[in-house]
Structures are given as structure tokens and as C-alpha cells.
Design a protein around this ligand. Sequence first.
Ligand SMILES: Cc1cc2nc3c(=O)[nH]c(=O)nc-3n(C[C@H](O)[C@H](O)[C@H](O)COP(=O)(O)OP(=O)(O)OC[C@H]3O[C@@H](n4cnc5c(N)ncnc54)[C@H](O)[C@@H]3O)c2cc1C
Length: 394
Amino acid sequence: MMAAITAARNGVRADLFEQSPEVGRKILASGNGRCNITNTSLGCEDYFGRHPSFVDYALKTFDFRAFSRFCESIGLLLRTLDDGRAYPLSDEARSVHGAMKRQALHLGVRLRTEEKVGSIESTGGRFHLSTDKAGYDYDRVLVSTGLAAAPQLGGGMDGVAFARQLGHSIVDPWPALVGLHLKEPWPSKMSGVRIDGEVTTYVDGKRSETYGGDILFTKYGVSGFSILDASIETSRAMANGRNVVLGIDLLPQFSRQSLVGSIEKVAKRNGFATSVEILQGLLPYKSAKALLQALEIPLERNGADLTPKNVRAIASRISDWRFSVSDTHGYRHAEVAGGGVLCSEVDAKTMESKIVPGLYFSGEVLDVVGKRGGYNLHFAWASGYLAGKAMARR
Ligand SMILES: Cc1cc2nc3c(=O)[nH]c(=O)nc-3n(C[C@H](O)[C@H](O)[C@H](O)COP(=O)(O)OP(=O)(O)OC[C@H]3O[C@@H](n4cnc5c(N)ncnc54)[C@H](O)[C@@H]3O)c2cc1C
């Protein structure tokens, strides 16, 4: 939509093909219906892919201020939070969707909804598009199909299939910003427990990154904001055949040593209470119970009978509970997909293919995946803007 609007503003007649009855369904679903539309702080360090600096030009040319001006031009005001995340002032994703769609229609963009593109052929500098309804000829084509995340909202692999047919290399896609499946049974026993914790990733046994915030235990493993953040490197590492273990700190505000002291003190003063009752002073019941079971310490053992070894084991487990990742929760639950069209084969200033002149790519179909916080939509806006401008110049 951004590319079509930009091209149309520069005098190009654009057709936009959309397989679904409605364009921009992911915008409507984004940010839990509020649309975390962009971020005030945007840099290549916020993005992942084989060629991280690919995003530099797009982010510098179409930065937060340029995007805010664009939004104003379509009647959309933004508000920003202290952490940099930006939302429409209305706090409703449908304001974004409505303003973009109105602008496109006003500029004469033809929205060909419920029309699925089946193939794109390139001959003699022109392109032939075959859809499930008809065939069309164009001298410029933009592939902005997104990738495999959220198939229920139109996600799929058509874009990479078109790119591959036209001679492009593809980095195998992987789901990102997604929950993680764990091998151990304990998370499912803690299902529903939400904590403000910390998760550290270990890739092939080597400590990697730590992510803080919300962790939600589920029937399949873990979710929550810190897990979604960790899922980018976890899923990418697993797609590359590497083994990932998570170390979860249930109480990051306490050091292991201070936990030992606190538990000892509580157990001494409340020697009559059971070990699970003692831990309930620190943790939600389900996690206190699962943790003791994992350590094979009887739940009914009195505080007075907890040995120093038991206390040290409990403190260690609270500070660093290791879980092996077996899988992600899959594309259906993923906000985005990593991988896609290899960026070194695309011009970072115009988004034009270096292999097929007149062919362009934008958004998630490219091998660019952003952090949580408005980065993925921003790259879709910025790359769409560059592509739209370049297509009008051509
Ligand atoms: C639930 C959810 C919440 C999200 N929240 C946020 C957020 O708050 N902030 C953020 O920055 N990002 C968020 N994202 C990610 C963001 O929505 C995407 O990164 C972004 O929409 C990608 O834009 P795109 O234009 O590349 O692809 P898409 O938005 O996926 O659009 C591609 C379109 O192409 C259509 N299409 C595909 N193949 C064909 C074909 N063969 N023929 C015709 N049409 C086709 C699809 O139906 C789709 O409508 C969220 C994603 C999801 C799923």
C-alpha cells in the first residue's frame, strides 16, 4: 500500500493485487489491534538477516520523522511512548488501515482484492502476471507478499516462489516473534503462570543474550514478551541446525546468594510450614510446586528439615532454570518470519532486483526481520516507499 501510494503520488497508475477480500489485514491485527506502527529509534542493530546493513539507507531516508510527515499527509496522527514505540493517536489499528486505504483509492490505485497472483513471468523487459481471474502485462512489478507468518492473515510462501522462479536466492524462512516449545514437562505444569523474569539463551552450550520482562508458561512451553524477543535468535539458530537452551531467572531482582539467605531465614522462622508453603512466599504456587518436584524435594517436607544443600539447589533453580528448546510454536502463531529474498541481490536504495530489471521487493518477503516494537512495520513502510519512488522514476 505504501509503494502503491508513493508511486501513484508520482504519477504512476498502480494495480494492487490482494488474495484476501481485504488489503492490509496484518495492519488491522497488529499490536493487538492498536498497531505499533513504528519506533522513534531505528537502526540496523534492530534488524536481523544475512546482510544487516541492507536496511541502513531505507531507515535513514525514510526515518521516523519522514514517516510521521507521511502519516500527517494522510490524516493520521501518532503518539509515542517513552520507550520509543509509536501508535496511532486513536490507539486503533483500523485508523491506520482506513487512512492508507482511503489514500490509495483517492490516488486511483486499483485494489484488486480476492485476486491471487499465481505466477510472474519476465520476458523482454516486461512482466506477465497470471492470477486466478486473468492475465496482466506490466513494465514494473513489486513483490510485497510478506512471508509465511500468520497464514490465517494471508501469510504464505508465494513471494519467495516468484523470486526463486525469477532467479533470486532465498534464505530458508523461519518463524520469529513466537512462543517456544520446551522439552521438559515442567512448563506445562506451570501453565498460566506469568512472571516478570529474565531469560538467557545458550546456543550450542555458549551463553548468548539475556532478555528481560514478561514470561508466560504455557501447555507447550513459554511465551510472553521476553520470549518473543528471544525467539528471533533462537529460531534462527535452530533453523541453522544449532541447539538452544534457555536459562530462566524467575526472580532476577535477587542474586542467588541473597536468595539462599532469604530462604534459609524464612525456613528457620517457619520450620512448621511445608517447603511448598515456604516457596509460595516467593513464587506463584504452580511454579513453587513444579520447582520442588523437579528437584525431587518432597512438597510436604517441613522448613525445619530443609538441608543447606536443598536450599542452595532451590536458589540455583530459581535463578537459572534450564530448559531445552524443541521447536517454535509455528508460523500460525508467529508475528513475523525471518529469511526470504537474499538482500545482496537487491539494490538497497531502490529495492530493485539486481538480477531482473523492473522487478522490486519490499517488506517481509526480503531477508529482513525486525525486533518487536514497530520495527517490522517500519521496514515495510520504508522499503515500500523507496520501491514506489524508484518505480515511478523508472
Ligand atoms: C498478529 C500480528 C501482529 C503484528 N503486530 C505488529 C506490530 O504491532 N508492529 C510491527 O511493526 N509489526 C507487527 N507485525 C508484523 C507486520 O504486520 C508485518 O511485518 C508487516 O505487515 C509486513 O508487511 P508486508 O507488506 O511485507 O506483508 P503483509 O502485511 O504480510 O502483506 C502481504 C499481503 O500480500 C498478500 N498476498 C500474499 N501472496 C499473495 C498472492 N500470491 N496474490 C495476492 N496477494 C498475496 C497477503 O494476503 C497479504 O495481505 C504483526 C504481525 C502479526 C501477524
